[in-house]
Write a protein that binds this ligand. Structure first.
Ligand SMILES: [Zn+2]
Ligand SMILES: [Zn+2]
Length: 140
C-alpha cells in the first residue's frame, strides 16, 4: 500500500497488536481503516494512540495538502471532511472502505479540538463526530 499523499510505501506500525499504516520517513501521515479505528475506541486505548503522534517524517518531502487523494486500498477519490464542531481540521475519508487518512499533525490538531469543552458540549447536543474518530475524545 502506498502513501496517498507522497506515494512512498507505507510502513505497518503495531500498536497493541493493531496495525496502523504510517508514512514512516516520508510525509509522516497515518492510514486507519475501519477495523483499526474500531480497536482504538476505548478510553484506555488513548495512551496507545500517543505513539502515533510522533511518526518520524522527512521534512523535505513535498506534499500538496490541497490535492484530491485516492484511497490507498480502493483507489477511489477520498472526501475531505471536518471531524469536530469547531470545523478546523479536515481529514480524508474513503467513501468505499471507510478508512481515514490523516496528514502529519492532523491527529494532534484533532485531539486538541476534541479537548475543548465547547466541542464536547456541542457534540453531545448534536453528534457530528465521525463514529470512526470518536476515540480521539480524551476522557479526563
Ligand atoms: Zn507520505
Ligand atoms: Zn477505501
Amino acid at each position: 500500500m502506498n502513501c496517498p499523499a507522497c506515494t512512498r510505501p507505507l510502513t505497518a506500525l503495531f500498536i497493541e497488536d493493531i496495525e496502523v499504516d504510517a508514512c514512516h520517513g516520508g510525509c509522516g501521515g497515518l492510514w486507519f481503516d475501519n477495523f483499526e479505528l474500531a480497536c482504538f475506541d476505548e478510553p484506555h486505548e488513548l495512551t496507545a494512540a500517543q505513539e502515533l503522534l510522533s511518526v518520524p517524517a522527512d521534512l523535505s518531502v513535498e506534499v500538496d495538502y490541497h490535492a484530491k487523494r485516492q484511497c490507498p486500498k480502493c483507489a477511489v477519490p477520498m472526501m475531505r471532511h471536518f471531524c469536530t464542531a469547531l470545523r478546523r481540521t479536515q481529514v480524508d475519508a474513503c467513501p468505499q472502505c471507510g478508512g481515514n487518512w490523516l496528514d502529519v499533525g492532523e491527529l494532534t490538531q484533532l485531539r486538541a479540538e476534541f479537548r475543548e469543552k465547547a466541542v464536547r458540549a456541542a457534540a453531545k447536543a448534536k453528534p457530528v463526530i465521525n463514529k470512526h474518530l470518536k476515540w480521539f475524545v480524551a476522557e479526563d
